[in-house]
Design a protein around this ligand. Structure first.
Ligand code: OAD
Length: 257
């Protein structure tokens, strides 16, 4: 975590009353989350200049089908290590606040680029996973999910003979069509759209807030740093999600009481 983010983590943020008023009236809300929401749980983001995964590892070697074809053992073991470290962390107050926020609205769709299951573990019910989930494994040829496999090979093989791989989306691959369709539908039909903890650089996820904006939604960003989206957002709450979201939830609860 950078010093700036560390200092911001505990700061009280000014949450505009206008935003709380808009939320108190809203029935349909959509949220897009990225690696930043899990940063306070101890999972590194991707693009932080010092601690980001892509500052320390080569995405071409580890997160592409070509990288897997070149060195399947390296890729399998890198994901196995990430899976083990993710299993040891806990959801943070940002995840918990989003799970509680879900109950305030008729329709609340939480779209995530994260593969860590922390939203589900915090109690969120309607989670759309755009980039897959690291806890699942699938056949690299038939694409079917596999839950039991021998763990003495690296990577293990499917009964069809092909290697197994993590059920995550790699660069150059299509997003799961149903998840993308649900995310686009939520973005185009919400009244308020939150973009939380994402650098808004990876498409098609980064297009979702812009779709919401074009459809007339109020776009809110929560991020300690500016992103490509910040200038389009009606409200840019500059702070850590684990601090801003509980404050927003408390203000909304007071306004709705
Ligand atoms: P990035 O690493 O690109 O961006 C993380 C964002 O979170 C940055 O804008 C940070 O400023 C912000 N951030 C950090 N700490 C935060 C906190 N406590 N609260 C709120 N925000 C915080 O991660 P993503 O945008 O998620 O895809 O990256 C998108 C995709 O690129 C990932 O899903 C992954 C990656 O390559 C694939 O692997 C296909």
């Amino acid at each position: 975590m950078s010093l700036l983010r560390h200092l911001m983590a505990d700061m009280a943020i000014d949450i505009p009353q206008e935003l709380i008023g808009t939320l108190a009236q809203a029935r349909r809300v959509a949220v897009l989350t990225g690696a930043g929401i899990s940063a306070e749980s101890g999972i590194p983001t991707f693009r932080d200049a010092l601690t980001g995964l892509w500052a320390n590892y080569d995405p071409q070697a580890l997160a592409t089908p070509e990288g897997f074809a070149r060195d399947p053992k390296l890729v399998w073991e890198w994901y196995a290590a990430r899976r083990a470290s993710i299993a040891g962390v806990q959801p943070n107050p940002g995840h918990a606040a989003l799970a509680a926020l879900e109950r305030h609205f008729d329709k609340f769709t939480l779209v995530t680029q994260n593969i860590d299951s922390l939203h589900q573990r915090a109690g969120s019910r309607e989670v759309v996973e755009l980039h897959g989930n690291i806890t699942r494994v699938k056949c690299s040829r038939e694409e079917i999910l596999v839950s039991h496999f021998p763990d003495d090979e690296s990577p293990p093989r499917c009964s069809c003979g092909a290697y197994l791989r993590p059920d995550v989306v790699w660069f150059g691959e299509m997003l799961p069509a149903e998840a993308l369709a649900r995310a686009e539908e939520a973005a185009e039909h919400c009244e308020v759209f939150f973009s939380i903890g994402t650098s808004a650089q990876v498409y098609p996820a980064a297009e979702l807030p812009l779709r919401a904006l074009s459809a007339g939604a109020t776009v809110v960003e929560i991020n300690p740093e500016r992103t490509a989206l910040t200038r389009h957002a009606r409200f840019a709450l500059q702070g850590a999600a684990g601090s801003v979201l509980p404050q927003l939830l408390a203000k909304l609860a007071t306004a709705s009481a």
